[in-house]
Each structure stands twice: as structure tokens, then as C-alpha cells.
Design a protein around this ligand. Structure first.
Ligand code: AMP
Ligand code: MG
Length: 486
């Protein structure tokens, strides 16, 4: 498979990673190749479908330019410090420079043990691989910065989980796989030289403007905080719950990463949690901005050794940058939710309207996506009865609609509908659909997986053939918790 990798991460000092070839799959079988993404990267899709290409996507037949390695990182998991995590079941094959000059990591998840595997087998089961494929591609279609899925393959192995399961590999593409936990790893080891090399690497790769700042480390922190503020607001705009926002699952690039127990919310509930192990609600829907802030505080701390001058002054400068997160998030959230109700700008009035509406949705247990897409259709047609019909508190819903119509002003509905159409998806990868697709795949039927991927590709468009995918789950279809994807 002729891929010409250029491996900037492998040029960092040896203690950043363990050189580590993936374990070739014994009988690789390609389940799905993301041709659009392959083309975007400048890869030869026909070559990826040859036996050699299929082997590579599952860990074998590596091109000579690959420099496979597993990355070292640490992290806080559910708030608990773990000094060494690292890629325990993932290998970075190398970096691809796309025709437009953008650099991407090509990484295999589930390709065997590495020096960071601890007790794990380094493998991934079919279900989590398909979930990550579906959800990350849906996120990309929704316009959310995210890692992407290039391919899903079966390895031909049966792996041991609670029950025996088919082993699978996800070929994942990312701007980079550098995490908050990568900085924490070197900070905890008091390895300032490595921190500096890491900072220079990420500035060059993701935030070139920061190199010209008076204090690059502060500029980097501010830039990462800004991207994360918008990312979390974007998640919330579409009802997404990451589920495991540990510091090792937060990228420096600002892309969503590591889709484990993630899910889109059906019924609006700000306290919704999906991870079966998140008993405290640490990673609940409405807690995501606070957790992002907490994670960024860990990044700020890890950058302290790179700040010049008196440590106390440095700490207060870093704190100052960190304090910018809350207003940046509030502004991103305000704008994104204002757009959901058709307003071009956030204001005190739009914020009150959004809060009132969300409170009403929570009280009446209304589906998040359906509420906003029905309101969008109401704005398009001028008939708001279907929207009002979603609520059991009829008078309150009617009162809200009247205030909203007043705010839009005469003739404002058409303009609002245009804004709303782009802010309110009709189709999200609902959890029960994801589970159905996975279940069918275990029965050797990939059609529901393929159809779901087609359905989530154009989330904002009216697609008559996919209206069934707009519907919330029936009561018996509701999935309350998803399990960590190991
Ligand atoms: P995650 O839940 O994917 O964010 O993973 C957390 C940590 O556990 C990372 O260091 C992973 O590499 C490691 N890990 C997860 N699953 C496995 C596995 N099956 N084998 C080895 N390490 C794993
Ligand atoms: Mg992870």
C-alpha cells in the first residue's frame, strides 16, 4: 500500500512514545472504507481495497514509510490521577500530508498490545468500533470538530470480553492525538525539556500564531481554551454527551476524541449521563462545560514550568487565561442556542427564552432534537401547532411561542427559519439506532450500519427516505447506559 507517511511526532524525543508495530490481524476483512475521507486525504481508495490495503487497515503490510508507535500520556480518569496511561490498544502508523497541505494522524485502534497496555489485551470489540465509526462520522457531518473514521475491519479473531466477541480495528484519522494528558505526563515527571518540545510541536502543528506571542505557553493555553469552549457549546447545541471527558480524552487540537459511552440525548434532561460507571454524574450533559474548565486547569498547571519569571506571577497569569474560558463558553453557547431559536445574535432576552424553553422541555420530557426541528418546521410553515403539541404544559408552551414570535417581529419567521435550519439537525445517530446497527452486525448483517451512516450524512436536510431516523425511541427501545468501549 503506497502511503508516504511523514512522521513529525516520531521525530520528538524517544521518551514521547514506544516504537511499536501493530499486531497484524490473522484474517482481516474490511467492513467499511470511508471513501470520501480517503480521497480528502489523497489516499488511493482502490489500493486500500486490495488485499495489501485491507491488511494495512487492520495492522499488517505496513508501508516502508510508516513509523508505528504508541504514544505516552497520563491523565485524570473520573478525577483520579493516573501517572501513566498511554496508547494501550492503539498504534499511530504515521502522519499523512493531504493534497491541501494539512497533516493528519493515521492511527489504528484495537491492533494489539503495546508497552502501555497494562492488564489489557490491546484489542477492540466490534460493537465499540462500529459505534465510534457511526458517531464520529455523524459529528463530522454535523460540522463538529472530531477525529474521523477511515475504516472499520474485522481482525478474524475472537476476543474475550464478558462474552466472546469478534475483534475489530478502527482506522482513525485526527489532526493529532495529542491530549491534555500528554502535557500532564511530562509535567508529572518534572521533564521541562520534554514539555517545551511538546509545546513547540503543538504550536507549530495546531496554533502557529502562538509562536509570535510574548509568552507562547499562555497563548497556547488561551487558544486551546477557546477551541474547547466552542467545542463544548457545539456538543450541547446538538445534544451530545461525551460520557468520559477524562483529561486523556481531551485533545489539544480541539477535536472530539474517544467515543466510548457517548450518546446523543433523546428526552431533554440536563442531568443525563450515559456512562454506566459515572454514578456521580461527573460527565452529565450540563456538567460538560465545568468539566472542560477543570481539564483545562490541569493543562494550565502542566504549562506552568514553561512560563517565564516568578512562579507566583506565572500562576496568576495562567489563572487569568483560564478565567477566560467561562465567558468564551457563555458566548459560544449563547450564539449557538440563539441560532436554535432563529436569532442571529445572543442577548439577555434570547438567553431567557432559551432557558425558559429548556426548562419546559425538561419538565415535560420532550425530545431535544424533535423539539428544535419541529420548531424549525413551524417557522418554515408558520404553523406552530405541532410544536406546541409536544408539550403537556399547553399554556406555558403557547406563552413561550407568543414571546418568541414577538421577539422575531413581523415577517421575522422566514429569516428565523433559515437560521434554524442550519442550527437544528433533523437526524442524529440516536442511541437505539446505533445499538440496532451493532446488534445486526453481530448477526452478520451490515445493512442497518450502512443505512444509518447514509442517514446521518446530511443531518440538516429533509430526506424523505430517512424520516424514520428522526423519531425518538419507543419506550421499549430506550437505552439508558452505554458501556466504556474496551
Ligand atoms: P479509553 O477508555 O479508551 O479512553 O482508554 C483509557 C486507557 O485504557 C488508555 O490508556 C487505553 O489505551 C487503555 N485501554 C483501554 N482498553 C484497553 C485494552 N483493551 N487493552 C489495553 N489498554 C486499553
Ligand atoms: Mg482515551
Amino acid at each position: 500500500m503506497p502511503i508516504l507517511f511523514d512522521n513529525s511526532y516520531a521525530r520528538l524525543p524517544a521518551r514521547f512514545y514506544a516504537l511499536q508495530p501493530p499486531e497484524p490481524a490473522p484474517a482481516p476483512a474490511l467492513l467499511r472504507l470511508n471513501e470520501g475521507l480517503a480521497e480528502r486525504l489523497g489516499l488511493d481508495t482502490a489500493a486500500l481495497r486490495t488485499p495489501e490495503g485491507v491488511a494495512m487497515l487492520a495492522g499488517g503490510a505496513l508501508p516502508a514509510s510508516a513509523q508505528p508507535l504508541s504514544m505516552a500520556y497520563a491523565g485524570h480518569q473520573f478525577g483520579n490521577w493516573v501517572p501513566q496511561l498511554g496508547d494501550g490498544r492503539a498504534v499511530l502508523l504515521g502522519e499523512v500530508v493531504a493534497p491541501d497541505g494539512k497533516r493528519f494522524d493515521l492511527h489504528l485502534k484495537g491492533a494489539g498490545r503495546t508497552p502501555f497496555s497494562r492488564g489489557g489485551d490491546g484489542k477492540a470489540a466490534l460493537g465499540p468500533v462500529l459505534r465510534e465509526y457511526i458517531v464520529s462520522e455523524a459529528m463530522a457531518a454535523l460540522g463538529v470538530p472530531t477525529t474521523r473514521a477511515l475504516a472499520a475491519s474485522l481482525t478474524g479473531e475472537i476476543i474475550r470480553r464478558e462474552t466472546p466477541e469478534p475483534g475489530a480495528v478502527l482506522a482513525r484519522v485526527a489532526a493529532s492525538h495529542i491530549r491534555v494528558g500528554t502535557f500532564q505526563y511530562f509535567y508529572a515527571r518534572k521533564d521541562t525539556e520534554a514539555l517545551e518540545a511538546l509545546m513547540d510541536h503543538v504550536i507549530q502543528r495546531h496554533y502557529p500564531g502562538a509562536s509570535e506571542a510574548e509568552v507562547p505557553a499562555l497563548a497556547l493555553l488561551g487558544a486551546v481554551a477557546g477551541r474547547q469552549a466552542d467545542l463544548i457549546a457545539h456538543w450541547m447545541q446538538i445534544g451530545f454527551i461525551h460520557g468520559v471527558m477524562n483529561t486523556d480524552n481531551m485533545t489539544i487540537s480541539g477535536e472530539t476524541i474517544d467515543y466510548g459511552p457517548c450518546a446523543f440525548m433523546d428526552t431533554y434532561n440536563p442531568a443525563q449521563v450515559f456512562s454506566s460507571i459515572d454514578h456521580q454524574g461527573r460527565y452529565a450533559f450540563a456538567n460538560q462545560p465545568a468539566i472542560a474548565h477543570w481539564n483545562l486547569a490541569q493543562l494550565a498547571q502542566s504549562l506552568l514550568p514553561l512560563l517565564p519569571g516568578d512562579p507566583e506571577k506565572a500562576a496568576s497569569q495562567a489563572q487569568g487565561v483560564l478565567d477566560g474560558f467561562a465567558p468564551a463558553f457563555a458566548s459560544a453557547y449563547g450564539a449557538r442556542f440563539a441560532a436554535k431559536i432563529g436569532l442571529g445574535q445572543s442577548s439577555a432576552q434570547s438567553r431567557t427564552m432559551i432557558e425558559t424553553l429548556l426548562d419546559l422541555m425538561a419538565k415535560d420530557k420532550v425530545d431535544f432534537t424533535v423539539a428544535f426541528s419541529t420548531l424549525t418546521r413551524g417557522a418554515q410553515s408558520g404553523d406552530l401547532s405541532a410544536f406546541q403539541g409536544l408539550f403537556t404544559s399547553h399554556l406555558a408552551a403557547q406563552a413561550w411561542v407568543e414571546i418568541w414570535q414577538d421577539a422575531l417581529g413581523p415577517g421575522g419567521m422566514e429569516k428565523a427559519a433559515e437560521i434554524m435550519r442550519r442550527a437544528n439537525p433533523r437526524i442524529i445517530p440516536r442511541n437505539h439506532r446505533v445499538e440496532q446497527a451493532i446488534k445486526a452486525a453481530y448477526d452478520h448483517d451490515l445493512q442497518p450500519f450502512e443505512t444509518l451512516i447514509e442517514a446521518v450524512k446530511s443531518p440538516f436536510q429533509e430526506q424523505p427516505e430517512f424520516t424514520a431516523y428522526e423519531a425518538p425511541p419507543q419506550p421499549h427501545e430506550v437505552i439508558a447506559a452505554t458501556f466504556c468501549g474496551t
